[in-house]
Write a protein that binds this ligand. Sequence first.
Ligand code: SF4
Length: 325
Amino acid sequence: MKKGRVFSGARPTGKQHIGNYLGAIQNYVKLQQDYDCIYCIVDIHALTTLEDTHMLKANTYDMMLDWLAAGLDPEKSILFVQSHVPEVMELHTLLSMVTPLGWLLRVTTFKEKVKMQPHNVNYGLVGYPVLMTADIVLYKADTVPVGEDQLPHLEIAREIVRRFNNIFGPTFPEPQAKLTNFPMVLGLDGEKKMSKSLDNQIELAASAEETTRRIMAAFTDPARKFRNDPGHPEVCNVYSLHHFYTSLKLDEIAKKCRAAEIGCVECKRMLAENINKALAPFREKRAQLAEKSGYVDEVLADGARRAHAIARETIIEVRGKIGLP
Ligand code: SF4
């Protein structure tokens, strides 16, 4: 039976953190078993919010190295950089001609971005869903892994596809959402989602010492001021991280915390040990891959070549359907 084709893209944010891993990368790795997967670092999308591009190359390299060390397999999946296959820009322009502006102006994330960067409301921000649609349908992907919050974006992609197919004849499959429960991983500040820009992250590739140092400085239950105070694990950031790395002892930790039988220092040390233990194989593999001179560039070049072959066919078909001379 022919496998479905998955497409997913992520912005080049550099070294990945455990929030990225738990929220996306581990799912990417799993999907490789049942689908033909195409995973893309979407550097053009990054330009809509970036004002400084000097880190783009280094961030792309670090991110791909992390993906590879985490188990993305270039033998199974196509791994590449969006701008290395320029046909996506052409398809974006062609799809923009069938996309009513009203659809794009209604998108919630566009409105949010306008508020966040009123000094830089560029065309790319409003055209983002069209480029995203081009990313997916250029490779005729039929499946897109998304969280609940991203469903509206995929719905626009489906509407653009329907409109194009209605006007020019069946060309693209309507991409289906593969709903995935992406756990929300709080950062070490205990307030916001883990994010590099907030400096509240634990990088997958950090050393064991650095990981321990950052966890020991993490926020915990704000009401627990002294060692003898009973704690409230349900509001504690460290406890929420134990869910992912110490799941077998969760009840015990909660009980001891509430009874003040365990101190936060000990609790954090346990978490740091477990995270370091879980990440040791990843870190070893990453170091080995980093030693292989030119390896990441080779993976990206091969991915771009394979992606390009699919993209070329699609663009020839699309030009023909539209009737471009
Ligand atoms: Fe949080 Fe652990 Fe301290 Fe309880 S003992 S407040 S779970 S860090």
